[in-house]
Design a protein around this ligand. Structure first.
Ligand SMILES: NC(=O)c1ccc[n+]([C@@H]2O[C@H](COP(=O)([O-])OP(=O)(O)OC[C@H]3O[C@@H](n4cnc5c(N)ncnc54)[C@H](O)[C@@H]3O)[C@@H](O)[C@H]2O)c1
Ligand SMILES: O=C(O)[C@H](O)COP(=O)(O)O
Length: 610
């Protein structure tokens, strides 16, 4: 079995993952309105940022009010994972819940951990009433979770994709060898008092061709092991890199070639609309007569009635199945009772080692997600590498605040449709991942005007639902590519503004910002350059450019004890028009704002909450 040497035991691979939790790069999934608006859904740098930490910014605090979150574990999970969860959360282990019981409990839970036996349907997300933030799948296959519904409800789904790979591969090999030598049937026969040496003559594996369908983590590990048994291994996988297969001596072939030339076919693809029932009457008909099939992937990839027909006809000599379309299958299942079929009750991942690894892997991911970290195993959010999140963190705050500012400048009844975002950067477009920036702009725009909670999971979906068309434009900036962005501009097209000074030459509401010393700044409103840090609240005044204006407005604010934290004046032409941007810590009362509006040189003003 020399071919096995390079593979890592699942638990060892897992333990290498543990230190990755620090530094924590974060993305909170707490609905802003379930606690306070300041529990924002955004990225955060906990420890390593050379710039201001987002978690230091009160408006972006992620940690909850101190109450422990509740995690519902609906299927048996390894003790090590439960221990880890208990350090952070109240853990409710409730197994064998009916769909109704699950729906009744879920609105009291912040996270749900399942294996393959719990169906996490749209009804579950609906019943959660916005509280459920994370679904953790303690394993690989997420076909039992309604991902579309999870995304619509802004609920992150994470899985544990690596810790049971070896267990599943070993089970595939166990089924292959047991089937070839009739181990299960012979065992049952002996226990029934028989001694049937002639009946259970098997077939040899050495020199036989094995087709691996789906050359991913499990498939490739099965391939290694089968080569160690002296089999000739080929594989079909439309998405697998040929060099990965070549490296372990496996040739990637077409679907037709794989199924028509093999003595054994082992299935290792996910269940998707494309792979559903891909083994059916037609495909069985193309197989070599007497082929043997192993399935440790998902029952649904086989049309089980067609398999029974193929077994009866002898087209398929034997099948070894760990997974079924309906689990558990009906008691009278012809497939299960077929004498040429070997079955196990979905045991692929069920080794002590794999279950411990999976439990820790999923507990880590769920705790991390509840703490606001972006899980590396998120399945319904874009994968943003930790280092990218780290360097973009202050720009994420900037993006959200620009969105928030822009939407507050819209006059009531305008209806926002077109949003243009212009990124000015010295980076090659491929080196700047703007998905998360775009999500933050959507969050900034949508949250102040709706009851929705927006995060990286549902930002694009939310924008689409609200009919927002977002276009992104890149402008090359002749600066250092070390700095990811020079500026971000948010344009809202075809809208009226409650502050005419915010309208650019092209007729859009336009705001622009930059990050200076790690702090987001507003640098342009309409056509007026300003320079004000985006913290607290902002008053924008458009006035005739003349001496004494700063003092007059400052005095009015001082009368109400409103503290100015920043002030900047931008002009188009000297002694013509200017915009005064004033950052204030407190929200001025109506009378104070009215007095500002009554200063004769002030043509318009607006108060904006950041
Ligand atoms: N029986 C068990 O207990 C058990 C344990 C672990 C995994 N699994 C199942 O095994 C399967 C594989 O898991 P994995 O961890 O290797 O996943 P993986 O994502 O690493 O590999 C799946 C592979 O299938 C390929 N694929 C997708 N569509 C295909 C198609 N139409 N034809 C051929 N290949 C296709 C993908 O390109 C990928 O390489 C999944 O269905 C998973 O749920 C079962
Ligand atoms: O997809 C998986 O990880 C396996 O099918 C294991 O499922 P289980 O966790 O229900 O054993």
């Amino acid at each position: 079995m020399a071919a096995l040497a390079p593979s890592k035991p699942a638990i060892a691979a897992h333990s290498q993952l543990l230190p990755l939790r620090t530094p924590s790069i974060s993305l909170s999934f707490y609905p802003a309105r379930s606690r306070s608006r300041s529990i924002a859904v955004t990225a955060r740098i906990a420890e390593i940022s050379p710039v201001k930490k987002l978690s230091d910014t009160p408006d972006l605090q992620i940690a909850s009010s101190g109450a422990k979150p509740t995690v519902l574990v609906s299927e048996k999970l390894g003790e090590a994972g439960l221990e880890l969860l208990r350090q952070f959360a109240n853990v409710d282990c409730a197994y064998n819940l009916s769909p109704e019981e699950l729906c009744a409990k879920i609105s009291l839970c912040d996270a749900l951990i399942v294996r393959s036996g719990t169906k996490v349907t749209r009804e579950v997300f609906e019943a959660a009433k916005g509280r459920l933030k994370v679904v953790g799948r303690a394993g690989v296959g997420i076909d039992n979770v309604d991902l579309q519904a999870a995304t619509e409800y802004g609920c992150l789904v994470v899985n544990a994709p690596t810790a049971n790979t070896i267990a599943a591969a070993e089970h595939g090999i166990a089924l292959l060898t047991a089937m070839a030598r009739n181990v299960a049937q012979a065992d049952a026969s002996m226990k029934a008092g028989k001694w049937q040496r002639n009946k259970y003559v098997g077939v040899s594996l050495v020199g036989k061709t094995l087709a691996i369908m789906g050359f991913g983590k499990v498939g490739s590990e099965v391939a290694r092991r089968a080569k160690g048994l002296g089999m000739h291994v080929i594989a079909h996988d439309p998405y697998a890199p040929a060099d990965k297969a070549r490296a372990i001596g496996v040739e990637l072939v077409s679907f037709e070639e794989a199924i028509s030339t093999s003595d054994f076919i082992s299935l290792h693809m996910p269940l998707t609309p494309t792979t559903s029932k891909m083994f059916n009457d037609e495909t069985f008909g193309k197989m070599k007569k007497g082929v043997r099939i192993i399935n440790v992937a998902r029952g649904g990839v086989i049309d089980e009635d067609a398999l029974v027909r193929a077994l009866d006809a002898g087209t398929v000599a034997q099948a070894a199945l760990d997974v079924f379309t309906v689990e558990p299958p009906p008691n009278d299942s012809r497939l299960v009772h077929h004498e040429n079929v070997t079955v196990t009750p979905h045991l692929g991942a069920s080794t002590i080692e794999a279950q411990e690894g999976v439990a820790i892997e999923i507990a880590e991911a769920v705790v991390g997600a509840l703490q606001g970290e972006l899980a590396a195993t998120a399945v319904n959010a874009p994968m943003v590498p930790a280092e990218v999140l780290c360097e973009l963190s202050p720009y994420l705050v900037l993006a959200e605040k620009l969105g928030r500012l822009a939407v507050q400048l819209v006059a009531g009844g305008s209806g926002i449709k077109g949003i243009k975002v212009v990124y000015t950067s010295a980076r090659d477009p491929d080196d700047l991942d703007t998905r998360i920036l775009r999500a933050m702009i959507v969050k900034g725009i949508v949250e102040p005007i709706s009851s929705l909670f927006v995060n990286l999971v549902n930002a694009d979906y939310t924008a689409k639902q609200r009919g927002l068309r977002i276009s992104e434009e890149r402008v090359f900036h002749d600066g250092s590519p070390e700095i990811p962005l020079d500026s971000i501009q948010v344009h809202l097209a075809n809208v009226e503004s409650r502050f005419a000074g915010a309208i650019s030459d092209s007729g859009d509401i336009r705001v622009e910002g930059r990050v200076k010393d790690g702090v987001p700044h507003l640098t342009l409103v309409g056509s007026f350059g300003v320079n004000v840090s985006l913290e607290g609240n902002l008053i924008l005044c458009r006035q005739v450019d003349q001496p004494g204006m700063i003092g007059r407005v400052g005095n009015i604010l001082a009368e109400q004890n409103v503290n100015i934290n920043f002030m900047s004046v931008g002009r188009t032409l000297v002694r013509k028009q200017a915009i005064m941007a004033i950052g204030v810590d407190e929200e001025p009362i109506k009378e104070t704002l009215k007095k500002i509006g009554e200063v004769p040189a002030i043509e318009e003003f607006v108060f904006l909450k950041l």
